[in-house]
Design a binder for this molecule. Structure first.
Ligand code: AMP
Ligand code: GLY
Length: 427
């Protein structure tokens, strides 16, 4: 089997690591890949957004399975294009990827499907937005409609912050066209958790819950990032509630997308707020989360290509996910300054030592290989991920792994998993 993975983050290194365990896999290509994927697969210098070049490459190499990691190629129609070329590709078609690509579209589908979510108004004019704000008042959450690399959401606790957020989106056009339509949402209180489901158009199979840490500093302080660490399971959404939760937040979306003639295939990721009034969907992603993917794949015992193929062929109803009982936790190491500007090129040492610990993997993200050396090449540099008997042991092992690493100008959060431990009464 020959596989093409699209993307260059820690998620893509984890996908490469997992898929490479399949005995009949002869070759894995990663476009464009990173320093970690270069060690176990062949990096190919094609951008994740260059759909024609990706299709041409997959054809030329007679690839049997394409796995896009990030949202951009999905919203650009990579699955549609691969399908047309007769190449199996795991993920949603562009019409379904809009669930992530347009927050207004996602709201409309949630309403049609009866999925609980924050009340929201959708605005294309500043005057209408101002009138809505005058009627409701802070706290409110201001969201750019389109893709904004995780930065298009502003939680505004005061009227002043609401005004600044609207200035940024409408007047300064900080998010370009992505911000020409703006959602203003009710502010929800609660603990956040992610539910990811494999989907084949009709059936949704939930993975265990995961919790991301979006803020850059300990205690959820500082600006939001792509994710500073994650663990699974999250005690706020235990295993015995996964199926009921999928009935509320995933299966109605599958039914609605099928009714519209565009069945949803791939990963449907529901970002949830567990409020006093029950779970509410904050957003949908149409792919694995990064870094949630890293701990989740360490727990998945199935052959990943088998599950993905069952999704593509509509056979998921005959599949059962086999999940490791142990917990998994990943800590992201970033370059200092991220998510603002940050230095690059620092050498990273100790990766082999960290990986020599039992059940510890170092998934690389913003790295590149120069001869034998691994150099920092991005904001999020790597994610040390470990399995442990329970959340506390997984946390201890991940931080032990991190202790073996050294890189100048680095930073990480020291409290990954803390909310889960508190909920378990262990912290
Ligand atoms: P999103 O990309 O929509 O998930 O938003 C990014 C982050 O903003 C979420 O992970 C939450 O922390 C926060 N957020 C989004 N929507 C709301 C909301 N309605 N109430 C409170 N916080 C929110
Ligand atoms: N970690 C959140 C995301 O991948 O969108």
């Amino acid at each position: 089997m020959r596989i093409l993975i699209i993307g260059s983050g820690g998620r893509e290194h984890a996908l490469t690591w997992k898929l490479s365990q399949r005995p009949d896999v002869t070759e894995i290509f990663v476009a464009p890949g990173n320093g970690g994927t270069a060690g176990i697969a062949t990096n190919v210098d094609i951008k994740d957004s260059d759909i024609p070049a990706l299709v041409a490459f997959a054809r030329e190499k007679a690839v049997d399975l394409v796995v896009p990691g990030p949202e951009l190629p999905l919203t650009l129609g990579v699955v549609d294009a691969m399908k047309e070329a007769g190449i199996p590709c795991f993920g949603p078609v562009a019409a379904c990827a809009r669930l992530e690509g347009s927050k207004a579209f996602a709201k409309e589908v949630m309403h049609a499907a009866g999925v609980p979510t924050a009340a929201a108004g959708v605005f294309t004019s500043r005057a209408d937005a101002d009138a809505f704000v005058a009627a409701h008042g802070a706290p409110l959450v201001i969201k750019a409609d389109g893709l904004a690399a995780g930065k298009g959401v502003i939680v505004a606790m005061t009227d002043e912050e609401v005004k600044n957020a609207l200035d940024l989106m409408f007047d300064n056009r900080a998010f370009g066209d992505a911000g020409s339509t703006v959602l203003i949402e009710e502010f929800l209180k609660g603990e956040e958790v992610s539910l990811l489901c494999f989907c084949d158009g009709k059936t949704a199979l939930p993975l265990p819950s995961a919790q991301d840490h979006k803020a850059v500093f300990d205690g959820d302080k500082g600006p939001n990032t792509g994710g500073m660490g994650a663990y699974s399971p999250a005690p706020v959404l235990p295993d015995d509630r996964l199926d009921a939760m999928a009935d509320i937040v995933a299966r109605p979306i599958l039914a609605e997308m099928a009714r519209r003639g565009t069945p949803f295939t791939g990963i449907l990721y529901a970002g949830l707020m567990m409020t006093a009034d029950g779970p509410k969907v904050l957003e949908y992603n149409v792919r694995f989360g990064d870094p949630e993917c890293q701990p989740l794949l360490m727990r998945l015992k199935n052959d990943l290509a088998d599950v993905m193929t069952a999704c593509i062929e509509g056979r998921l109803d005959a599949m059962k996910l086999d999940i490791e009982d142990r917990s998994a936790l990943g800590v992201v190491l970033t370059s200092a300054g991220y998510p603002g500007s940050y230095p690059k090129g620092m050498p990273i040492s100790g990766i082999d030592e960290a990986e020599s610990l039992d059940d510890v993997q170092v998934f690389q993200a913003g790295t590149r290989r120069e001869g034998e050396r691994i150099l920092a090449n991005g904001g999020r540099v790597l994610c040390v991920t470990a399995l442990g008997r329970d959340l506390r042991e997984a946390q201890k092992k991940a931080y032990e792994g991190l202790d073996h690493l050294s890189m100048e100008h680095s930073q990480f959060r020291s409290d990954i998993g803390l909310k889960g431990l508190k909920r378990l009464g262990l912290a």
